[in-house]
Design a protein around this ligand. Structure first.
Ligand SMILES: *Cc1c(COP(=O)(O)O)cnc(C)c1O
Length: 219
């Protein structure tokens, strides 16, 4: 990252480098509201957070601004009720149980939630996500038991944290392949790519990148 550049400069550079069909979520987790304000002032209205409490506090702070909040990390079922309040999209639904809880809470709160199912594509076991078999099962179950308050908009995945670009390429390729295979027609979001690997993700068919440190600096 070039430290001489402002947040606005970095956002503009990124926007210019991204193909028009690729959405940018600026990952603002851990950053104070004064920093988020700079991104908002530069026209960046999609912001990503991974802690529900922090996201909701920031949403409250920016209640007058048309920010779309993306919940991007692992979400615990006991945080769902709070998470659905202001999430534009929940990116990392990594189990049936979590999906069922989002549907249940959304229904009882009269909220329409939008989610992505997280697929496990990395070599690292600590990364969350469903296997292909689990995704298959989940999506099949939904055909006979459709949800009324939760819309699945696509898939999300995180590649292995490695310098081996061939490895990362292969993982993103796999995610995009599953996306195309399972897409019931209305899926429009294949969320893949972060600061270190978004070039590869875009080449492999990402439609949404989640970028934090390359915009806001290291955390
Ligand atoms: C933190 C985070 C990002 C952004 O990571 P950077 O490397 O800072 O761009 C993207 N996606 C998820 C799920 C994250 O937790």
């Amino acid at each position: 990252m070039n430290d001489a550049l402002t947040i606005s400069d970095r956002l503009h550079q990124l926007k210019a480098a991204l193909p028009p069909h690729v959405e940018l979520v600026a990952v603002s987790k851990t950053k104070p509201v004064a920093i988020l304000q700079k991104a908002i002032d530069a026209g960046q209205l999609d912001l990503g957070e991974n802690r529900v409490q922090e996201m909701n506090a920031k949403a409250e702070h920016f209640a007058e601004q048309p920010v779309r909040w993306h919940h991007i990390g692992h979400l615990q079922t006991n945080k769902v009720k709070q998470a659905i309040r202001c999430s534009h999209m929940i990116h990392a639904v990594d189990s049936d149980r979590l999906l069922a809880e989002i549907e249940k809470r959304s229904k009882s709160s009269g909220i329409q939630s939008r989610v992505l199912l997280q697929m496990h594509i990395a070599k690292e076991t600590q990364k969350h996500g469903m296997t292909e078999e689990e995704l298959d099962r989940t999506l099949n179950t939904l055909v006979s038991n459709p949800m009324s308050s939760t819309a699945i908009c696509g898939l999300m995945g995180m590649a292995t944290f490695t310098d081996d670009s061939a490895q990362v390429t292969q993982e993103f390729k796999a995610l995009r392949k599953f996306f195309d295979r399972y897409n019931p027609g209305h899926w429009n979001t294949c969320s893949m790519g972060m600061s270190g690997d978004w070039h590869i993700a875009v080449d492999e068919g990402s439609t949404l990148v989640r970028i934090g440190s390359a915009i806001f600096g290291s955390r």
